[in-house]
Design a protein around this ligand. Sequence first.
Ligand code: R5P
Length: 293
Amino acid sequence: MFLTTCGNSQKLAQELARKLHAPYSPLTISSFPDGDLYLKYNRAVKGKKVVIVHSFQPNPNDSFLKVLFAAETAQDLGAKKVILVAPYLAYIRQDKRFHPGEAVSSRILGKHLSRCVDKVISIDPHLHRYRLLQEIFSVPGAALTSNDLITEYIQKHFPQAVLVGPDRESSQWAGKIARAIGTESTIFEKTRYHSRKVRVKMVKPIPLEGKQVVIVDDIISTGYTLIEAAKEAYHHGAKEVIAIAVHGIFAEKAWPKLRKAGIRRIITANTINHPTNRIDVTPLLVRELRKER
Ligand code: R5P
């Protein structure tokens, strides 16, 4: 077995290789003068299990193409097995045709990747209408969750906090973590008007007056979900608001916007490389990849 990456998850891939005592060999990736992609393996692939560690952020479209090239090439060169570790998988939120004529992106991603990988491992993929990765991919999938790691982090750093999920979908993180800790929690109700406009309301009230509130969600993209949730928490008297998310995309300068909204601390897992990374997911991935050794 050896580990490689198409660029986005170098640190994570190296760390995994170190912990698994397996070689790490990055790909050579560049562009021809006309923009065509060039990709090359720098280690013998034939008969090997090739683990491609690549988060689909930043640059999801570029990532999709690079991972396709890397996986197809590994197959072509005779790999025994191609395993994709995508700590953050893009396109999963487009899980149905919301408007006539739209592409169901998650299905397209699944169809193409399933042709060239033998297994997909991801962390907290946004499974909403889908319940399992196998509904997206026709190859085996392992959807790991960082819930226990976030639970530990909250217990250590914010033991007095009240937990909030900013929308119904977040109950698989915020609700479950609150139950594990045994702390008070509520799930807000979110209405999304479009990508950059949401409204968030506390519909099942719990006392927030003078409390430290930790908002837990899976993804920070534009940040508007968290900004509106923080406003709602402060409106109900919260003393301070902290945000924890698995995947920090921070699109369109979301990070400074979140800080401006009075969110005191923003913490993410290292599924996407970012200065807010405090929760290390390598133990989850190591455990899963050890099954392949
Ligand atoms: C949506 O259901 C997700 O769980 C997140 O709440 C959402 O993706 C966050 O997006 P944004 O930061 O753009 O509001």
